[in-house]
Structures are given as C-alpha cells and as structure tokens.
Design a binder for this molecule. Structure first.
Ligand SMILES: Cc1cc2nc3c(=O)[nH]c(=O)nc-3n(C[C@H](O)[C@H](O)[C@H](O)COP(=O)(O)O)c2cc1C
Length: 205
C-alpha cells in the first residue's frame, strides 16, 4: 500500500460518508428485547454488537446515547438477544423507530412476544434463535484522554438459549440456514449470509 488515503479522526475523514461503519462490517445485529420496571416492552436493533466470551457466554451492544434499551436494562438487569434474519429484515427495521418509551415495538413491527423461561423480557417468537441474558456490566465509554462519552457498552451473560430445531442438522447449528442479516455501512447497506459465503480454514497445528 504505497499511497493510502489517510486521515486523523479528530480532523474529520474528508469523504462523502464516514467509512468506519463500512470497514468494520458487516456486523451482526443485536436485536434486543427488554422491559422497564413497569413492564413496558421494548425491542430495538443494535449493530455495535458482538460476543465477548465463551464460558460463560457473554454478549454486548453499545448504546450510542441514552436509549430505552439501556434505561430498561439498568432498571431490570435482563434482556433478550434475538437473531435478525432475512425474512424478518423489514420487521427489524421497523423496530428501530424512535418512539416513546411506553410504545411497544413488538406491536409496531407486527411481531409476537413469546415468554422467556428464566427472565421477564419476552423473546421475538418469529426469530429462530434467542438468548435470554442477565446484565453483567454497563460500561460508559471514554476517549483516550479519559473524557466520558455519551455511549454505554451493555454486557450480559447468556443464561438460556432457544434454537429452532430445523437449524440443528444432526445436532450441529447451521449458521447459513438461519439466513442471518448483517449491517454494512452507509444509510442502508445490509448483507445476508448463505451457504456460498462459507469457507473452511483450520488453525495451524
Ligand atoms: C440495523 C440497525 C443497527 C443499529 N445499531 C445501533 C447501535 O449499535 N447503537 C445505537 O445506539 N443505535 C443503533 N441503531 C439505532 C437504534 O435501533 C434506534 O436508536 C432505536 O430507536 C433505539 O431503540 P430504544 O430506544 O428502544 O432502545 C441501529 C438501528 C438499526 C436499524
């Protein structure tokens, strides 16, 4: 790379669109259901989302600004992660509407709330995989100079897992068969995963 495009983030990227999201992508989507202490339901997608630990399984998402999901999880310490899939893409998108805290995005998106087993917030019945989670940490992010920013990383331990049985092929979870969708950059880019995207590579011995 002899003459890369270079910028220092504090001075701006100088491009028509910030490439950051398009570079760190496609990202899995944390489709998070939660409830406030009064029981109002909430559902919203978060693509600053990933898994951070195996045993116990820990996942997390970042709330850019204070949002309902963060407020609810602070109150109740519980949430559900639901897998966003191609057939559910429109509903997932509907659920990101900026609406008042007491508006139920399940109803807004035409989705069904199915009861969880160990925690109070329901899962998305139409989603083929859900994780019931108990909050472990909420970390406010900060700059390299230690200045707090208005973003919070919400981490939770996965305490129960629901998987549609057709995705378990002889007991092995089939990632592509679930048709997960992932977020790219720009205002509207998404990717979907099919079997053609799969290749295998083992670690060196
Ligand atoms: C695919 C997708 C990914 C998103 N990722 C994030 C994210 O990582 N962090 C964030 O704060 N908002 C994200 N948003 C926006 C939130 O979903 C939106 O602000 C929503 O209204 C928050 O809902 P809540 O207030 O009910 O939690 C995303 C939206 C979409 C459609």
């Amino acid at each position: 790379m002899s003459d890369p495009y270079y910028y220092e983030t504090s001075k701006g990227h100088g491009l028509p669109h910030d490439p950051f999201n398009a570079i760190v992508g496609p990202r899995p989507i944390g489709w998070i259901s939660s409830q406030d202490s009064a029981g109002n339901l909430n559902l919203a997608p978060y693509s600053f989302f990933n898994a951070f630990n195996y045993i116990p399984p820990i996942i997390g998402f970042s709330s850019i600004g204070r949002k309902d999901s963060l407020n609810n999880i602070e109150q109740t310490r519980e949430f559900v992660w639901n897998l966003a899939t191609l057939p559910l893409a429109e509903a997932m998108n509907q659920s990101c509407a900026a609406v008042a805290p007491d508006v139920d995005e399940f109803a807004l998106s035409g989705l069904t709330a199915a009861p969880s087993r160990l925690i109070k917030p329901p899962r998305v019945a139409e989603s083929p995989v859900s994780f019931e989670c108990r909050m472990t940490q909420i970390i406010q992010l900060q700059t390299s100079e230690g200045q707090q920013v208005e973003s919070w990383l919400v981490l939770g331990e996965v305490v129960a897992v629901h998987i549609a049985r057709h995705l378990l092929v002889e007991g092995v979870y089939d990632t592509a068969a679930a048709q997960p969708i992932l977020r790219g950059g720009g205002p509207a880019d998404y990717f979907s995963i099919g079997p053609e995207a799969l290749f295998k590579m083992h670690r060196p011995q």
